[in-house]
Design a protein around this ligand. Structure first.
Ligand SMILES: [Zn+2]
Length: 89
């Protein structure tokens, strides 16, 4: 399963996939982050542990759960505070 499907419908994914990367606005770091998420390539601690790059898959922010893409973007309590601060969600 592509993890991004948890957040977006198939129609939305097709629309986003049709956007040429240079049309994404904002600072380079934001563009890079968005592209990594869309490509399913964000290096979470779960993936780092699978690649033996770390010895823990815990979230670096809250210390709970294993840090999957879903946790990093949606489920992490501290990440949610950032989303609320940035977007008022
Ligand atoms: Zn967390």
């Amino acid at each position: 399963m592509n993890s991004i499907n948890v957040f977006l419908s198939e129609t939305s994914l097709q629309h986003v996939a049709a956007i040429h990367p240079p049309s994404i606005g904002g600072p380079e770091k934001v563009k890079s982050f968005i592209l990594l998420v869309l490509q399913g390539a964000l290096l979470t601690n779960e993936r780092r542990m699978q690649r033996k790059m770390t010895d823990t898959d815990e979230c670096g922010l809250c210390g709970n759960d294993n840090e999957t893409l879903e946790h990093a973007l949606r489920d992490c309590v501290l990440a949610n505070l950032v989303w609320k601060g940035v977007f008022g969600l």
